[in-house]
Design a binder for this molecule. Structure first.
Ligand code: ATP
Length: 301
């Protein structure tokens, strides 16, 4: 287990989970010449992207530009028509099934809306990937790990026995995050994690993402429409337009690209408001500046 010592103490037997060697290369994800199409509709054409180890990469683009399809391609749920996608150095588009499993157990995914199984409790949801990849774990250990992950994402321990329908939207996101972190991934995919949250809940979730990323040494691929999230926690941002990644960099770097969508998106009134929020937070040394916050969320905000 890789959580640092300041976190809730890890379950005693958790070291029973076999360790995989951590990826030490510079780019956990490398995509070259990606093409995705549905019939005549081309979504991606000649798309290249490198994701750096340890960064939070925000992925933005207009509606329908293929952000979710890109994420699904990387995690093997969408077979591209052309191109290569290397994850931890393995080309998952041509890898043998065994090789793919060895890569899949090193990432976690928070789908839009949390995508929890409604008939399972939070603890049982968190245990789904554990049972899938580590079927040898005892029920006692599964319960302990689930409890640990739930508390780690700022939920009260009592949430473990609740069903998704008994949770607020913010709590469901945290439960989804607990499940995404269940197998101690190195790579985390977040698809619009703050969608549907009120601004306070969204800011808390951003801070939680930043804090966990720092603590666990994660690399994060984060699809979002939320300008506050981009300004507050993303190290770089990749912009999808015209079927490809038209620019990737820090927000000031993107602003130099001159691409019309980027100009409109990052120079509009909402972007200015997001930047002011970030500057105010930095001045106070609090939320949105990636500093430590109390992320516990008993109210589910
Ligand atoms: N399984 C599918 N079959 C056919 N078309 C699909 C499929 N999945 C996605 N598409 C199409 O691919 C395009 C890109 O979809 P995608 O969901 O990746 O967009 P997005 O950038 O994530 O959009 P949004 O920001 O609105 O969530 C859309 O036009 C969508 O209708």
């Amino acid at each position: 287990m890789s959580e640092d010592e300041t976190a809730t103490p890890a379950p005693a037997e958790a070291e029973d989970i076999p360790e995989t060697e951590r990826f030490e290369g510079e780019y956990p994800i490398r995509i070259r010449g990606l093409r995705n199409a549905f019939g005549d509709q081309v979504v991606h054409e000649d798309l290249d992207l490198d994701v750096r180890r340890g960064e939070i990469l925000g992925v933005v683009g207009g509606s329908g530009t293929g952000k979710s399809v890109l994420m699904r391609s990387i995690i093997g749920l969408q077979i591209p028509t052309e191109g290569t996608i290397e994850v931890f150095g393995h080309d998952i588009t041509s890898a043998e099934p065994d090789e793919v499993i060895g890569v899949r157990n090193r990432w976690g995914v928070l789908f839009q809306g949390g995508a929890l199984f409604s008939t399972l409790t939070v603890a049982e949801n968190v245990q789904v990937p554990l049972k899938q990849f580590y079927p040898e774990l005892s029920q006692e250990l599964l319960d302990e790990i689930a409890r640990y992950k739930v508390v780690f994402t700022g939920l009260p321990e009592t949430a473990t026995s609740k069903y998704p329908s008994e949770l607020s939207g913010g709590m469901r996101k945290r439960a989804g995050l607990a499940r995404a972190l269940a197998i101690d991934p190195e790579l985390l995919f977040l698809d619009e994690p703050t969608a549907g949250l009120d601004p306070i809940g969204a800011a808390k979730f951003d801070d939680l993402t930043r804090e966990l990323t720092n603590r666990l040494g994660l690399t994060v691929f984060l699809i979002t429409h939320d300008l506050d999230t981009l300004y507050a926690i993303c190290d770089r941002v990749a912009v999808l337009a015209d079927h490809k990644v038209v620019a990737v960099g820090t927000i000031p770097e993107l602003l130099e690209s001159g691409h019309p969508w980027i100009e409109e998106y990052f120079k509009g009134p909402r972007a200015r408001a997001a930047q002011s929020t970030k500057e105010a937070a930095q001045a106070k040394g609090t939320a949105g500046a990636g500093k430590h916050l109390d992320n516990t969320d008993p109210q589910g905000s």
